[in-house]
Design a protein around this ligand. Sequence first.
Ligand code: C2E
Ligand code: MG
Ligand code: MG
Length: 651
Amino acid sequence: MKIVWQLERATVRDVYEELLKRRKASGHFTGDAELFFASVMEAVRAGKPTTRIMETYDGRALRVIDQPVAGGGWVAAFEDITEQRRVERERDRNRHFLELIIENVPATIFVKQASDRRYVLVNRAGEKFWGMPRAEIIGKTSSEVFPNSEAKLIAARDDELLQSGQPAFTEREISTPSGVKRTIASRRLIIHDEDGKSKYLLGVVEDITEQKQAAARIAHLAHYDALTDLPNRVLLRERLEHEVTYAGRGAQLAVLYLDLDHFKGINDTLGHSPGDALLKAVAGQLQSCLRPSDMIARLGGDEFAVVQAPLDHPTDAATLAQRLREAVTQTSYDLDGHQVVIDLSIGIALFPTDGTDVDQLLKSADMALYGAKSDGRGTFHYFQPEMDARMKKRRTLEVDLRKALAGHQFELHYQPILDLRTDGIACCEALLRWHHPERGLISPADFIPVAEETGLIIPIGEWVLRQACADAAKWRNDIKVAVNLSPAQFRNQALLQVVIGSLAASGLSPGRLELEITESVLLQKNDKTLEMLHELRGMGVRIAMDDFGTGYSSLSYLRSFPFDKIKIDQSFIRDLLSSSDSPKIVESVIRLARSLNMAVTAEGVELKQQLDVLREMDCTEMQGFLFSTPRPVEEILPLVAEKPVNARRSA
Ligand code: C2E
Ligand code: MG
Ligand code: MG
């Protein structure tokens, strides 16, 4: 819009002044009217064009250009610049906003001039990361800021970026100007000018050192055992997968499964932290026996696995197994002042004979280990194909055993034990029988070990105790009942309550209950077990040592507890008539028992001649087929009922 003030100067002055006054009065002019008027007059007097910005009462902005004209007037051009100003302000705000973001992002941001590669911008994170204020960076090149080798790398990357024109992403380790090594992820790109020429290099650098370390830690934990820092099951599988996949023709390898014997006992007795210390020490010991190409992993608990690869000959696995056992057995481990000696059971499976895939191989090794353990531990076993069938059979047995108690498939048979001084029945031993619905009668020797391993022995043992006490309560009151107890039952604190409960429920006097234990109960060297035995004996219950002579140090166990009776194992009675050492051993056991005031039972007497020898030796009791096999309760009843039947007649 143009207004032409083409008037006499005085008139102009008057009219213009008057106009301003009115605008001021009506509120349409907000400034100092007189001052404004004076400034306008000054400009007119000078005769030069002037420009000013005028704010209107309704908030618009006008640019006024006054152009003096000949004759004392001027042309005022009004331009509405409201929108233009709004855009400018908006731009300023945006710029501030972006600066705020750049300044506050946790990633380093820098900009370099493409022409001379001097830094023109570095944000706060950059100052921190590079360890110097931006004043020392801006205006400089990389070579003036970074160590020499680093600067060279940067220059090469910049060249690359400028040549390709493509955004670049790198992840690498760098040395910061302050000499610290960090891992970075950087993204760099070019900013072009209007002509499409490279103007700036923009870099965004993220410090991912901690992130990388955390990721590495997580990856380590996923593949290594936290306690021993040995590879875990996952890594073992990966290694085996690799070996099996890339095995060349004729290549062999061995997988050894290792299990520490009686570790659970040590852990239970000494506590978990000595247990952990033992595992760590053993892990170190085992590892020291291996070649760099072999691998050891901890599978969990006290189980380890070794991959022996390559394997020249199958017997090399046995050599290694032996070496591993020696390394462990020859060390005396000091655990909180306790000297512990430990042995290993080892199962060996060979590739490709015992399995061509990892699952089969591991399964075979596990079965071989089971074989070693059931062979009395402290030994190694190669996998044998029969093991697989045996294992399957065992698993079905376990499933069936779980149903047996509820299915009333158990029964107690009783075998009388004869007092050789009176020739009357002193006691009847309760022997468990399992009537399997399909397989018929199963021997306790076959299912008791499975019951022990699975813990089923606890409810089964409880049933035996209750049933035996209930049966015996109906017998003549000078006849005792003997019940066999497993080591596993002593690991259960409730055993004492079960015995007390069985006696109370049946009304049987404690003196008529005899508990038969084997050395393996005392093998645990657990104070709790001895405490329980003493408590039972204190109640009047009799304790007998069963299968005497079959263990390693039977005599020393005799000293650890005041047994009421020793039962000489049937293997000695079988050899009694031969010219072996057995007669001498039996005789000295009988003498020893007498001197300790213990009764002594000869087990498994089948022949009249054996009985004659035993009588000669002054043995106090006998048990065996010669007198009676174990019989169902109703068959035994006539022998033990209130009205005595002549015992000898039934022999
Ligand atoms: P054990 O306690 O030594 O029982 C004696 C075993 O010898 C019985 O075998 C019995 O039948 C057998 N026997 C007795 N006289 C003769 C003989 O003259 N000749 C021969 N060859 N054998 C004879 P059984 O009943 O098969 O029991 C085997 C083992 O199973 C028992 O050995 C005992 O250790 C265990 N057992 C049996 N019942 C139970 C039970 O209720 N609980 C526990 N924990 N174990 C039990
Ligand atoms: Mg027995
Ligand atoms: Mg026995």
